[in-house]
Ligand binder design. Structure first.
Ligand SMILES: NC(=O)c1ccc[n+]([C@@H]2O[C@H](COP(=O)([O-])OP(=O)(O)OC[C@H]3O[C@@H](n4cnc5c(N)ncnc54)[C@H](OP(=O)(O)O)[C@@H]3O)[C@@H](O)[C@H]2O)c1
Length: 336
């Protein structure tokens, strides 16, 4: 009897110990998972810190909260969407010229297209996109509402959707500040909620304008598009915008029509271009990218369009960047 009692006691002891063991193992596993989590988090933090320390123009260029990925040639917007860091601008391209230019760009691998109500070419851009054979989701189309449309933004948004006829608009900007701009932006926010537009932005908004505008809206713009070229560099504005987690895109990257010869013929730029075996246009575009500025050069020449995509097989040195930075003349080539 006593032996049986002892046997039961031993069994109970084994069961208790094994339960304790299981508990300990579970705890151990939980600890392990949490340890791994901490390790992953710290790896991410280290990776982020490393990325922040990377020289400009490496695989990633960190600018404030903005990171350009030079491998995928894209940037992750604060809206959660990925946008290419180079594209084609369509100002002054209309009708067949616009269709042909955008078609050539898409054939050259360009996936970012900038248009606007004011360019009178949204139909042509849409036509080129639809007929390109490139899957819609691979193309990123930006259009803009003009201040004259701010009084009835809902109708203006519907008009843009209809003219483009590409299911949805990747990004819509307010073309420049004007009466009713806050209401127009709020209408664009509603269109984001409705799935008609994916990301929002502003154009020709500078520090003061942004400080006044941002507290009045709900969705932080994903992008600000402003005039930026070696003669008008906006070196005070760019870091401010980037520090807000907003991507900067430059218009008139080559100085705009009527000024390109001056910029492309600039001695410093030509010298740097020669050293790299690249064109002046490519050097200017690369300088923008290394500053964390997205480029949308305009062109109707297929050779130029192709040339403007070949920006990733060379890198400007810090000294070359500085030499171009020193060309700033605060010389605006358009009024807004
Ligand atoms: N938000 C705004 O207020 C605003 C204002 C202006 C512009 N934008 C946008 O910014 C885009 C860019 O501006 P933009 O097109 O007016 O000016 P841009 O890109 O500075 O210059 C365009 C001029 O550069 C020439 N070009 C292009 N690539 C070239 C190359 N590789 N070599 C030599 N020449 C070259 C083009 O001629 P070819 O046709 O002969 O190549 C064209 O004459 C516009 O298209 C528009 O989408 C926005």
């Amino acid at each position: 009897m006593k032996r049986l009692y002892n046997l039961i006691l031993v069994c109970l002891l084994i069961i208790t110990l094994s339960a304790c063991g299981k508990q300990t193992r579970t705890d151990y596993l939980a600890d392990k998972v949490s340890e791994q989590h901490i390790q992953t988090e710290s790896a991410e933090v280290t990776e982020q810190a490393e990325q922040e320390q990377q020289p400009q123009g490496g695989d990633n260029t960190m600018m404030g909260a903005i990171s350009f990925n030079f491998e995928t040639k894209s940037v992750l917007l604060n809206s959660g969407y990925e946008m290419p860091i180079y594209g084609i601008g369509t100002y002054s391209l209309t009708g067949d010229t616009c269709v042909e230019s955008v078609t050539a760009a898409l054939s050259s691998g360009v996936r970012l297209i900038d248009t606007a109500y004011m360019y009178h070419n949204e139909e042509s851009v849409g036509e080129a996109v639809r007929n390109s054979g490139v899957p819609r989701e691979e193309i990123f189309v930006i259009t803009k509402l003009y201040p004259s449309q701010f009084t009835d933004p809902e109708t203006a948004i519907e008009e843009a959707l209809e003219k483009l006829d590409i299911e949805y608009i990747d990004m819509m900007l307010l073309h420049h500040p004007g009466s009713g701009d806050v209401e127009a932006y709020l209408a664009m926010e509603k269109a984001v909620e409705d799935g008609k537009i994916r990301s929002l932005g502003l154009s020709n908004w500078y520090v003061e304008e942004l400080e006044e505008f941002l507290p009045q809206i709900n969705i932080t713009p994903a992008l600000v598009q402003n005039e930026i070229h070696p003669y008008y560099q906006e070196n005070d504005v760019i870091p401010y915008i980037q520090s807000l987690g907003i991507v900067v895109q430059g218009w008139y990257p080559l100085g705009g029509r009527g000024y390109t010869a001056q910029l492309l013929g600039n001695e410093v730029i030509s010298e740097i271009a020669q050293a790299h075996g690249k064109s002046s246009a490519q050097v200017i575009l690369r300088w923008n990218l290394q500053k964390g500025v997205v480029v949308i050069p305009g062109s109707s020449n297929p050779d130029h369009i192709q040339e403007n995509t070949e920006l990733f097989d060379f890198e400007l040195t810090e000294e070359e960047m500085e030499r171009i930075n020193a060309l700033d003349r605060n010389e605006k080539h358009d009024w807004y």
